[in-house]
Design a protein around this ligand. Structure first.
Ligand SMILES: [Zn+2]
Length: 180
């Protein structure tokens, strides 16, 4: 008996966005700390103090994000026996979100999830980046080559099924994951 939880790029983008919220929330604090630092004489006692305050704030954001990721991983591992992930095209994500954020938030989450899955003897399956998951119809396998990024909903020309882009991709990832 195996229930699957599925992730595709869109859901991961949501994940990164959500973890960005922690950064945004304290952005004003970070900005004022940065400003304070720039007003100090480099190397002075006040300068070092401002440096430490800024580093402290950055650590706080990182910890909030990690804490949230642990909670999410725990939830997923409790609810599902098999977790299927699509290996992401990180290049395009870096382009969208900037290197640090995408690397940090996503790799960190996968690591946490790996640990959690190992601890609770759950399965974590990764689908290769080159496996088509978005364009094939999850009902009949018809390859919808005309599907573009802006199409959130589409109807299969072959079997007439109505698809939500994310749900269709998720079903394809699940099928590929269970076949692996
Ligand atoms: Zn179809």
């Amino acid at each position: 008996m195996s229930i699957s939880c599925v992730y595709n790029v869109d859901i991961i983008v949501y994940l990164v966005k959500t973890s960005l919220q922690f950064f945004k929330q304290s952005l004003k604090t970070l900005q004022s700390l940065n400003k304070a630092l720039s007003r100090k004489v480099k190397g002075s006692g006040n300068w070092y103090r401002a440096c430490r305050a800024l580093a402290r704030q950055h650590r706080k954001v990182a910890r909030q994000r990690e804490d949230w990721q642990w909670k999410l991983a725990t939830e997923l591992c409790t609810e599902f026996d098999t977790l299927c992930f699509e290996t992401l095209n990180l290049e395009s994500m870096k382009h969208l979100w900037g290197r640090t954020v995408s690397d940090h938030a996503f790799y960190q989450f996968l690591k946490i999830l790996e640990q959690k899955c190992a601890k609770h003897s759950k399965k974590l399956v990764q689908i290769g980046q080159w496996t088509a998951t978005t364009k094939p119809c999850s009902d009949c396998g018809y390859d919808n080559k005309e599907l573009s990024l802006s199409d959130r909903q589409w109807i299969c020309h072959e079997c007439g099924s109505h698809h939500d882009r994310d749900v269709n991709a998720a079903i394809n990832i699940k099928q590929a994951g269970l076949a692996a």
